[in-house]
Design a protein around this ligand. Structure first.
Ligand code: ADP
Ligand code: MG
Length: 247
């Protein structure tokens, strides 16, 4: 692929949590190209969430660099400007939602970017409608169901019109219709997407190329289309996986 087309590059990243012996990310290299829809799969505890937090600057690597559109963010201010263009839907929606009402949560980002309250409110209502959350504006966030919270969390990110969208296990704990709804939304989005999951099936339906995270490194796994027709060839080989969905 064209080197000039890289939107985000992780260059030789090493990271370990303080006090923990083993490195979670070990000389990890990974490049994402503009417009790509990428899946990243790895067993529990392999460092998927850690990797996303490094990309967003919520954790800093022990060594190595994050590059966004050729720039290397170093300071909190640099990462703040990146967070306007790179959105992360957290694994746990409760980590993303902190306002009393849905509208306040969704409008928080636009207000923070300097939009007027009217503008922020208009953008928020528009994105809520796009996600079929019409009429949710005044709902009390903490009283929403898990699936509704996940969709509102997605709205708080999409309202910022990110260039790159990272999703951390978006399908976990959702009922079938919300899972399908989110697949539909993601497939309609024309932006760069990186989706982290431990479910092949979900990744196969939402991404084009799948990578694995194992032993602290990202490696190419397969083309999602191949995965559709070869469910039982176990493309990730040694990686642990379940067979519940496609026996
Ligand atoms: P995944 O998202 O792939 O399940 P994580 O990135 O959450 O994995 O975790 C990777 C490893 O780092 C795991 O061994 C986990 O126990 C450890 N870990 C995660 N968060 C912390 C933390 N705040 N402090 C110490 N260790 C952590
Ligand atoms: Mg995780």
């Amino acid at each position: 692929m064209d080197e000039n087309n890289i939107i985000l590059r992780l260059d030789n990243i090493c990271f370990g949590y303080p006090g923990a012996g083993k490195k979670v990310l070990d000389h990890l290299n990974f490049s994402i190209h503009v417009g790509q829809k990428v899946g990243l799969i790895g067993p529990n505890g392999s460092g998927k969430s850690t990797l996303l937090h490094i990309v967003m600057g919520l954790l800093r690597p022990d060594s190595g660099h994050v590059e966004f559109l050729g720039q290397r963010p170093e300071t909190e201010k640099d990462f703040r400007s990146i967070r306007r263009q790179v959105g992360l839907v957290f694994q746990n929606a409760d980590d993303q939602l902190f306002s009393p009402t849905v509208l306040e949560d969704v409008a928080f980002g636009p207000l923070n970017m300097g939009m007027s309250p009217d503008q922020a409110s208009e953008m928020s209502v528009r994105i809520l409608n796009e996600l079929n959350l019409n009429g949710f504006e005044n709902r009390i966030t903490y009283k929403l169901s898990g699936g509704e919270k996940k969709l509102v969390a997605l709205a708080t990110v999409l309202v910022m019109e990110p260039k790159v969208l990272f999703l951390d296990e978006p399908s976990t704990g959702l009922d079938e219709s919300t899972r399908e709804h989110i697949i539909d939304i993601l497939n309609r989005l024309d932006i760069t997407i990186v989706m982290v999951s431990h479910e092949y099936d979900y990744l196969a339906r939402t991404t084009q190329t799948i990578y694995t995270l194992n032993n602290g490194k990202v490696e190419y796994c397969c083309n999602s289309e191949d995965l559709h027709t070869h469910y039982h060839s176990h493309p990730a080989g040694r990686m642990p996986h379940g067979h519940e969905d496609h026996r």
